[in-house]
Write a protein that binds this ligand. Structure first.
Ligand code: BGC
Length: 749
């Protein structure tokens, strides 16, 4: 016995001595976990209030005795979101307002998205932040989801690849990303608890596929779980989602965190493999300690989470002692954002565009004078400026009609008084409160006189949305009578003078276009294109830039045509707010009382967006993937060959028009049975399986595009083969409409 004590004491002394001197490094994470007390472990998996960077959304808790610093997390998808000013500090901390996520996807250009990621990542690094809480990658299940603007697309391949390009770009700067909201955060109404009832197939092929692609292609440092429940289990507490799918099946190596305030029971969050409870607070620390002590939580599960948090920390610039400048190069980043806006703008209709430089333009629509750069909520950015369309056009060499300009200037002054943002004025900036938008203005005499003077008219229509609230189709998808009257009046007056009208859609998502598109000559959709987006629009209007964006979403004829519209919340704002308020005091009970409030049925299964419309042969106003150009392209007969792990499709694209430009090749897997809509087992008529954008092609120039289509994303494939009758189809939209061209019958491939 004596011998044992003699042997054991020096060993114990050694451990104590080592633990005392231990400082975290990437080589001693298991030892560091062992050296932490239970309370310290709890503190590490719970967010902490450290205001190193003013306005950042969250941080982790420092444990100085073990050399563990606090790291900083900040939003969001369209630019870094931190406070632009600090008390007693002369310097400003503005961040570039880039185009919204939806517009990034609309570029169909991963290089451009990657460049935006690099620029944004550089601002993250230089402002002392470690992890950017972006990208938002949820599928646009229904166009009325209030946060669709932050997300990419109705298609998982386009969304997943765009997310991957963005993540790689940001992380190339040595900072982390956080892909969110995992998963099925497809509505804002009652988002904290609404139960998404969805089939395994729809999850695997659509709603989780986007995250799977992004994780496999770019390994984000972190993932944020969503607020909602999935088939009765909170996403933040969902072991199947986090440990089995994300880590097990897809090989995710990083750290998972809750959305802010998401998750209910500490022991379930931690044991599901969710590593960090944000934004945290003492309650959660105490709960975790209690849960371990009374046996609800196995300390081993806590240790696993702590280990992953430490693995995240050692990668960060803060841990590495990076001396940030607080002075990123905002001027050069503004150019990157502008380039993305140029690439993402979609020409929907073309008759007269582009205008000659110096054209006299009468600029209508309150949106032209109060241009919208981004959405609201945590996806908004404190940008240094927003260039109005009016200024962008004058700076871009257009001559603006003086009387129209004067009329709107006066009108906007009055509207500004009516729409005062009381919260902002009081310095509160309550981002969840909807800011009132100016009403549409119309003065018939002014329009008629302007039609005699100006050479052309531009009308801007706007829509804004944001976190915590869904859009209402009646007022947000459909145009107001004021907007319709404006289009009618301007079109009539200008057409009777033999002049043209362009409509610019400065919108957060789909709006109705079918009823009025024949009344105007040209239509552009520029989404919410960031602080310099209007400059990109000016360049497109005058032809300095040839538009090459393609829709990442369908513009249906009626909102009711969307397959999920039967199962999507459309209740009035005050009622929704009441419901949310009531339900948000979550008591851990998953209710199935009120449809679209307590639960949402994903009845349409995998038939989301164009997958539905193409399968039932339903006409839409502008289809997914659509977009025109100022030039024409000719495609060679494309070739498909079987290669290891998939197929390769190659297409030769030739610019046969008179301007330089870029084209997009979209490859779809086509199902033989057109018109089949069998939510439970049918396959859609069309599914995007690959795409690529050409470089800038001069007149008569050719580029061969080669697209690799991996087997694993072709759900119809069995044993590396496509079933009989399936084929890859290339769809072209640079022409009058969405014409399809069959490129090969792959039944024998
Ligand atoms: C949002 C997240 C955001 C977080 C931190 C939440 O309300 O859903 O997207 O990252 O706040 O600001």
């Amino acid at each position: 016995m004596k011998k044992i004590i003699v042997l054991v004491l020096p060993v114990l002394a050694g451990i104590v001595l080592n633990a005392k001197d231990l400082k975290l490094s990437e080589n001693n994470i298991p030892e560091t976990v062992k050296a932490l007390t239970l309370e310290e472990k709890a503190m590490l998996v719970v967010g902490f209030k450290v205001e190193k960077v003013s306005g950042a959304a969250g941080a982790t808790c420092p444990i100085p005795r073990l050399g563990i610093p606090s790291i900083t997390l900040a939003d969001g998808p369209a630019g870094l979101r931190i406070n632009p000013t600090r008390d007693g500090d002369e310097q400003t901390y503005y961040c570039t307002g880039f185009p919204i996520g939806m517009m990034m996807a609309s570029t169909w250009n991963r290089d451009v998205v990657g460049k935006v990621g690099q620029a944004m990542g550089n601002e993250v690094l230089e402002y002392g932040v470690d992890v950017l809480l972006a990208p938002g990658a949820n599928i646009h299940r229904n166009s009325m989801c209030g946060r669709n603007f932050e997300y990419y697309s109705e298609d998982p391949l386009l969304a997943g690849r765009t997310a991957a390009a963005f993540i790689s770009g940001v992380q190339s700067q040595g900072v982390g990303t956080c892909i969110k909201h995992f998963a099925l955060n497809n509505q804002e109404t009652n988002r904290l608890i609404c139960n998404s009832i969805v089939s395994d197939r729809a999850m695997s092929e659509i709603y989780l596929r986007v995250f799977e692609i992004a994780v496999k292609e770019s390994q984000p440092w972190t993932v944020m779980t969503s607020y909602n429940c999935i088939n009765g289990i909170q996403a933040a507490e969902n072991k199947w989602l986090i440990s089995d799918k994300l880590r097990g099946d897809w090989g995710f190596e990083g750290c998972v965190m809750t959305d802010w305030g998401g998750g209910y029971r500490a022991e379930n969050i931690i044991s599901s493999g969710n590593d960090m409870i944000q934004p945290g607070g003492q309650y959660w620390c105490d709960e975790i300690v209690r849960a371990v002590r009374d046996g609800r939580l196995d300390e081993k599960d806590l240790d696993a989470c702590v280990g992953r948090v430490l693995e995240l920390i050692v990668k960060t610039p803060t841990f590495k002692g990076y001396k940030y400048s607080d002075k990123p190069d905002l001027a050069s980043h503004a150019l990157v954002g502008r380039e993305a806006a140029e690439e993402g703008t979609v020409l929907l209709k073309r008759t007269a565009l582009p205008y000659a430089e110096g054209t006299d333009v009468a600029l209508f629509g309150v949106g032209s004078y109060d241009f919208v750069a981004g959405g609201t909520g945590s996806g908004d950015v404190h940008r240094p400026y927003i260039i109005d369309l009016r200024d962008a056009l004058s700076q871009g060499g257009f001559k603006l009609d003086g009387a129209v300009d004067e009329y709107y200037s006066e009108f906007m002054k009055l509207e500004a008084v009516r729409c005062r943002n009381i919260d902002t004025e009081a310095g509160l900036n309550l981002w969840f409160l909807e800011k009132e938008r100016p009403l549409e203005a119309l003065n018939r005499e002014l329009v008629e006189n302007a039609a005699k003077r100006a050479q052309t008219a531009v009308i801007t229509l706007t829509r804004v949305s944001g976190e915590s609230k869904d859009r209402l189709a009646a007022t947000s998808f459909y145009l107001s009578s004021g907007e319709m009257d404006l289009i009618d009046c301007v079109a009539e007056a200008f057409h009777s003078e033999g002049k043209t009208v362009t409509v610019l859609l400065n919108v957060c998502g789909a709006v109705e276009t079918a009823s009025w598109k024949d009344k105007v000559d040209d239509i552009l959709i520029c989404y919410l294109p960031g602080q310099d987006g209007s400059r990109a629009v000016a360049d497109i209007l005058c032809g300095r830039v040839n538009p090459s964006g393609r829709l990442p979403l369908t513009l249906p004829i009626r909102w009711e045509d969307e397959p999920s519209s039967r199962n999507f919340p459309q209740i009035l704002a005050d009622k929704a707010a009441n419901y949310s308020f009531y339900r948000n005091f979550y008591d851990g009970v998953v209710r199935n009382d009120v449809k679209n409030i307590d639960y949402t049925l994903y009845e349409e299964d995998i038939f989301v967006g164009y997958r539905y419309h193409s399968s039932v042969g339903q006409e839409v106003s502008y289809p997914f993937g659509y977009g025109l150009s100022y030039t024409d392209f000719e495609w060679s007969e494309p070739a498909t060959r079987k290669v290891a792990g998939g197929w390769e499709v190659s297409v030769k694209v030739k610019n046969i028009g008179s301007r330089e430009g870029k084209d997009v090749v979209e490859i779809y897997l086509a199902h033989p049975a057109d018109g089949e809509y069998l939510p439970a087992e049918g396959r859609p008529t069309l599914e995007l399986k690959g795409y690529a954008k050409t470089g800038t092609l001069g007149c008569r120039e050719t580029e061969t595009i080669k697209i690799f289509i991996p087997e694993w994303i072709c759900d119809a494939a069995q044993g590396g083969k496509l079933p009989k009758g399936y084929c890859f189809t290339a769809l072209r939209s640079a022409g009058s409409h969405f014409s399809s061209k069959k490129i090969c019958d792959s039944s024998n491939l």
